[in-house]
Design a protein around this ligand. Sequence first.
Ligand SMILES: NC(=O)c1ccc[n+]([C@@H]2O[C@H](COP(=O)([O-])OP(=O)(O)OC[C@H]3O[C@@H](n4cnc5c(N)ncnc54)[C@H](OP(=O)(O)O)[C@@H]3O)[C@@H](O)[C@H]2O)c1
Length: 253
Amino acid sequence: MSQNLFQLNGKVAAVTGCTRGIGRSVAIALAEAGADLALLQRSPEKTDVKEEVENLGRRCEIIQCDLNNIEEVKGAIPAVVEHFGQIDILVNAAGIQRRSPAVDFPEEDWDEVLNINLKTTWILCQQAGKYMVPQKSGKIINFASLLSYQGGINVPAYAASKGGVSQLTKALSNEWAQHHVNVNTIVPGYIATEMNTALINDDNRNKQILDRIPAGDWGKPEDFKGTAVFLASNASDYVHGHQLAVDGGWLGR
Ligand SMILES: NC(=O)c1ccc[n+]([C@@H]2O[C@H](COP(=O)([O-])OP(=O)(O)OC[C@H]3O[C@@H](n4cnc5c(N)ncnc54)[C@H](OP(=O)(O)O)[C@@H]3O)[C@@H](O)[C@H]2O)c1
């Protein structure tokens, strides 16, 4: 099979959640495949990912974007185009989790989770679509969750937001597939990142989770490199509105 199918040379990718965890791994993978990178992050002083991308010989710019600041969110994609002259790939990897029993779940936590996980994903997709639809090409990768399918316990806002991300992805795909803009989701299973520190440190919960994962272990951020490059590249040109699980087999069980 031609390696060119997976090459991203000459492409510009914008990635949220790129400072750590899955998003960081995805950003590095896209750069390794040849893309230049716009890192949409709230802390411009965190330059380690930028340096890693530049060490791979790619161009990289940090675009200040606190996902709690709607004006910065709305300005992020125009800023990418101003810097690079184009946008070809958008990865919405940022996400937050808040845990609390539903009867006590704070309204401010609900708003923050829905805003960061769902509304900013929508705004960034819409902004990217304004460039990708007219140019008749583009790749958008959103991050859903097992809780796009299951309700979870003590995570009502997260479950609602990730159900929304799945449906939003399908809705955009239905409109934009005809314009050769691919909108898909990656569905992580249980991945060992900061988001799951509490679960990993709870011996009982950790054992319950591990017992249910057919692969027998937590996933790692690096496990997303291949799927991200696939969905960002020509290799996935006829893949639209898909939900690609990277979950060690959890959903199949
Ligand atoms: N880990 C899992 O098991 C799992 C399972 C299912 C789905 N997912 C989804 O996969 C994606 C990546 O998860 P992860 O585990 O890699 O998360 P993570 O390690 O907790 O990293 C979260 C990322 O989001 C960024 N972020 C959070 N709030 C932000 C804000 N207000 N403005 C800008 N950036 C902000 C963080 O930036 P800072 O460094 O600035 O905080 C960080 O880069 C998320 O959408 C998550 O919901 C993860």
